[in-house]
Design a protein. Structure first.
Length: 236
């Protein structure tokens, strides 16, 4: 087993997993963003475009890191990883900014009511809470590769919620949920196959993701709407 932060015993499996997660992002955002780029830059506020570029960059970074380890370029992987730490915090900051900005933009334009925008705000902000909950420990434990690489997979899976959520009109909620969690489930299955046991961080992480999923039931709860309205009004 390599000592690099994203080292994997079967590089091809994890390269495939990173590619699979990237395909989920592409498929989820294709109708509303990537597909429109084929015909020109979509008419969106600049902050949305910036968010799209930064988010896409995270997936490129993930694939790059896996390839570096798979090809034995460990020192390059570590060097890029230093940049990746800063980039992860940029993802977190940008995610919070664009979540609030989108709510303000929609209410100002009249596309959504205050309650619709404020209610939905729990979804992207929840993504950022989940991402931070996995990414920050991944940074702290970056010198423990077996722990770090699984935390990075969990952090990236948290980010996939937005892409899968955009498929809700084309696939059932149960299938979308399974697709969202599939990278972790595949990681668990791979652990069981190669190690004969599952790393505890996968099981804990999966439980946290499932609990995080339940926020969809709070979208129109008055308790959250009071918080969401206050956030939108503060920045509107």
């Amino acid at each position: 087993m390599s000592t690099a932060s994203l080292s994997f015993s079967r590089p091809r499996f994890y390269m495939g997993l990173a590619a699979f997660m990237s395909l989920i992002v592409l498929a989820g955002f294709w109708p509303t963003y990537f597909g429109q780029i084929v015909h020109g830059i979509p008419d969106r506020p600049w902050v949305i475009h910036l968010h799209g570029v930064i988010f896409t960059g995270w997936m490129v970074l993930l694939i790059t890191q896996v390839i570096l380890v798979a090809t034995g370029r460990i020192q390059a992987h570590r060097t890029v990883g230093t940049f990746g730490i800063a980039y992860g915090f940029l993802i977190l900051a940008m995610g919070v900014v664009v979540s609030i900005a989108a709510a303000v933009i929609h209410t100002t334009a009249g596309d959504q009511t205050m309650d619709t925008a404020a209610g939905f705000l729990i979804i992207p902000l929840g993504d950022m809470v989940l991402f931070a909950g996995f990414f920050i420990p991944a940074v702290i434990y970056r010198h423990l590769p077996e722990l770090h690489k699984r935390l990075m997979l969990l952090a990236t899976t948290a980010l996939l919620f937005a892409a899968v959520g955009r498929m809700r009109d084309s696939i059932p909620v149960s299938a979308a949920t399974a697709l969202w969690l599939s990278p972790v489930i595949l990681g668990i299955a791979y652990d069981k196959w190669t190690r004969r046991k599952v790393h505890p961080v996968y099981l804990i992480g999966l439980g946290i993701l499932v609990v995080g999923f339940t926020r969809i039931f709070l979208v129109q709860s008055e308790a959250w709407l009071q918080i969401g309205r206050a956030i939108v009004r503060a920045f509107g």
